[in-house]
Ligand binder design. Structure first.
Ligand SMILES: Nc1ncnc2c1ncn2[C@@H]1O[C@H](COP(=O)(O)OP(=O)(O)O)[C@@H](O)[C@H]1O
Ligand SMILES: [Mg+2]
Length: 274
């Protein structure tokens, strides 16, 4: 990670800047639980993922332990920075495909779910290559697209893991995700879901940034973005381009190094917060 950090600093210097400055864009606060929000959460269909399947799919944060620790640190750092800035929506993206976005999103959200005072919503927005339902072992009856377009309420589409994590998944791959990602209906739905469920965090598992326009179109709607980069695959030029692109639209929260064979610590992941 040290090498990666040095190389990124060099790339930033070449393009004439330091790390991109965070642009404050705090959403309206939605704090506080009411009987109505409690009832709304309780009404979501509950789902308990199989721990063995999760472990097979590298999701290691259902319970505390050595393997969960790196994600618990990521959770704490993320929470601190988001709270400090009054941010609620977190996007997770990467330069290219198969960098570990979905695995990171699932691990981070299950780690967040172990904090009982927090409520988190995870939305699967990598609609061309949905992977969450396979990862978690449960196909949703209704696709997230129908919910985003306001055709089906969140209450009927999302599943609840434990008491405090709601997951909205895609039931099938989409050929035209921009339709959902760019629409005014999606914007309205996200606002309405946040108003009704009052999550502390909404995490979006996004498509890769440099592959299509889907993510560029969407990241202006989130408060900050975590970039997952894959060891021995994501090039420095890609990482730099991705960071620059994110910072044009929103705040770069930090970077997660995935697939590192020789980690500094014993976990799978390493982080760099901007
Ligand atoms: N830290 C990691 N170390 C090794 N393999 C990983 C790691 N994170 C994810 N993977 C594996 O890499 C593949 C792609 O991960 P995924 O999270 O689906 O990527 P993305 O969502 O970016 O396409 C999956 O097979 C996943 O199990
Ligand atoms: Mg994915």
């Amino acid at each position: 990670m040290e090498k990666l950090r040095d190389a990124l600093d060099k790339a930033r210097a070449v393009r004439g800047g330091t790390a991109p400055a965070a642009r404050p864009r705090g959403p309206a606060p939605l704090r506080g639980r009411t009987a109505a929000t409690d009832a709304a959460w309780a009404d979501l269909a509950a789902f308990a993922p199989d721990p063995k399947l999760l472990a097979k799919n590298r999701v290691v944060t259902l319970d505390p332990g050595r393997e969960a620790t790196p994600f618990d640190i990521l959770r704490t750092k993320t929470l601190l920075q988001m709270r400090r800035n009054g941010w609620r929506r977190l996007g997770i993206t990467s330069p290219g495909p198969a960098c570990g976005k979905t695995t990171t999103a699932a691990n981070l959200c299950l780690s967040l779910a172990r904090q009982v005072e927090l409520r988190t919503i995870l939305m699967e927005m990598d609609l061309r290559r949905p992977a969450l339902s396979k990862l978690l072992g449960r196909k949703p009856e209704i696709d997230i697209g129908e919910m985003l377009m306001g055709e089906v309420p969140f209450a009927r589409q999302a599943l609840r893991v434990r008491d405090n994590l709601a997951i909205s998944m895609s039931a099938r791959p989409h050929r035209d995700p921009a339709r959902y990602m760019l629409s005014a209906e999606t914007e309205q739905t996200l606002d309405a879901v946040e108003a009704e469920y009052r999550p502390d965090l909404v995490v979006f598992d996004l498509p890769p940034l440099l592959v299509s326009d889907d993510t560029r179109a969407f990241i202006g709607k989130v408060d900050c973005v975590l970039m997952v980069v894959r060891a021995e695959q994501s090039s420095m030029a890609q990482i730099d381009a991705c960071e620059r692109e994110i910072s044009e639209h929103t705040n770069v929260l930090g970077m997660v190094l995935s697939h590192a064979r020789f980690a500094d610590t014993e976990g799978y992941y390493d982080y760099d917060y901007g």
